[in-house]
Write a protein that binds this ligand. Structure first.
Ligand SMILES: *Cc1c(COP(=O)(O)O)cnc(C)c1O
Length: 361
């Protein structure tokens, strides 16, 4: 008996698992497992979404012109070279689909976002992990993995789940060390959390092989709507536009994202709270013997003595209605990634971890 067989690589994929949102038998849980904005979406985005309901019988725009114009104006970028996707996940997937195939290699850093190897395998390419140093992207390690089969290098900056980032000098060295026909994807899902950081846009302007990806899912609190975007050369954007679905983004999603982008006051408040509570939580955990690297994003990666202690603390937090993200799938099973929640949530996390540590001591 023969049966349909999928393309090579696909069955090697371990499907992505999102952050948990429920604990059996525990009510009123606080979800700190998916780096979502604790203040919810911008009220302006909600209004725009509601207003779009009356027009649901209409197809959305195929060219996303209005959102691209708004993004271009907001970030000082050329709207013609902005590409909108169903979350930045779609942009990452399409880049792999367009620029890698069977036998090719796709490099990512060992604690890089877990979607990168999934994208690579889905097109039959081989994901190649480069070691990090002190949980930070190591340019030399990436360059040491380059072969004639390398097609794409993914770098999340700041990185998820480590929260660390590398500077412009390191990025420049990475670009200079790679052949010009290797595509470099700078994933800026958390770029907005870094004051004054352009997410790598200036490198896109200078190098035809650099693409930046961004999202409305993290700072803008629109993970449920699925809006992301990319910025690259006219050639690369033209390629992506050829292979995407013509109506990839829904009209409500486009409208809400544009409204959220304009709510600069709400964004400023959210950012200030994130910095304040991130510092507070990292200090509070450090004091009870749970250190973390300085984070540049909206989460911290808390380190425990070993995998057993991290797992026990995770279970303890769950019993107390706090869901964080265990990191076993990233080979970081002595850590827990904790999204910066509301002030109440941060206090509860700090108190609960302190109680856990006191019991174990
Ligand atoms: C969350 C995240 C994304 C994807 O976000 P979308 O919701 O698909 O826009 C991409 N890269 C990193 C590093 C992330 O953490």
């Amino acid at each position: 008996m023969s049966a349909p067989r999928p393309q090579p690589g696909i069955l090697e994929i371990t499907p992505y698992v999102g952050g948990a949102s429920k604990v059996a038998g525990v009510e009123n849980v606080i979800k700190l497992s998916s780096n979502e904005n604790p203040s919810g979406p911008s009220p302006r985005a909600v209004e725009a979404l509601k207003a779009s309901a009356a027009e649901l019988h209409r197809y959305p725009s195929t060219d996303h012109a209005s959102l691209r114009q708004a993004l271009g104006a907001h970030h000082g970028l050329d709207p013609a070279r902005i590409f909108c996707g169903v979350g930045s996940d779609e942009v990452l997937m399409l880049l792999c689909q367009a620029y890698a195939g069977p036998g090719d290699e796709v490099i990512y850093s060992e604690y890089g976002f877990s979607l990168y190897p999934i994208c690579a395998l889905s097109v039959g390419a081989v994901p190649v992990a480069a070691k990090e140093t002190e949980r930070t992207v190591d340019v030399d390690q990436i360059l040491s993995k380059v072969t004639s089969r390398t097609k794409i290098v993914f770098v999340a900056n700041p990185n998820n789940p480590t929260g660390t980032m590398i500077g412009d000098e390191a990025i420049a060295r990475l670009i200079a060390g790679l052949p010009e026909d290797v595509l470099i994807v700078l994933d800026g899902a958390y770029a907005e959390f870094v004051d004054g950081f352009d997410g790598g846009a200036s490198f896109v302007e200078k190098h035809a092989n650099v693409v930046m990806t961004r999202t409305f899912s993290k700072l803008y609190g629109l993970g449920g709507l699925r809006v992301g975007w990319g910025y690259g050369s006219a050639d690369i954007i033209g390629v992506l536009n050829r292979i995407r679905q013509p109506f990839n983004l829904s009209a409500p999603a486009l409208a809400a994202a544009e409204a959220a982008l304009g709510d600069t006051e709400w964004v400023a408040e959210t950012l200030a709270e994130n910095v304040r509570l991130r510092t507070w939580l990292a200090d509070a955990l450090d004091k009870v013997g749970v250190p973390s690297d300085p984070s540049h994003a909206n989460f911290i990666l808390a380190r425990f003595k070993d995998a057993a202690e991290a797992a026990a603390c995770d279970a303890f937090l769950r019993q107390h209605g706090l869901i964080v993200r265990p990191m076993g799938s990233y080979n970081l099973n002595h850590t827990l990634r904790i999204t910066i929640g509301t002030e109440d949530a941060c206090i509860r996390v700090a108190e609960t971890v302190a109680t856990f540590k006191a019991q174990g001591a």
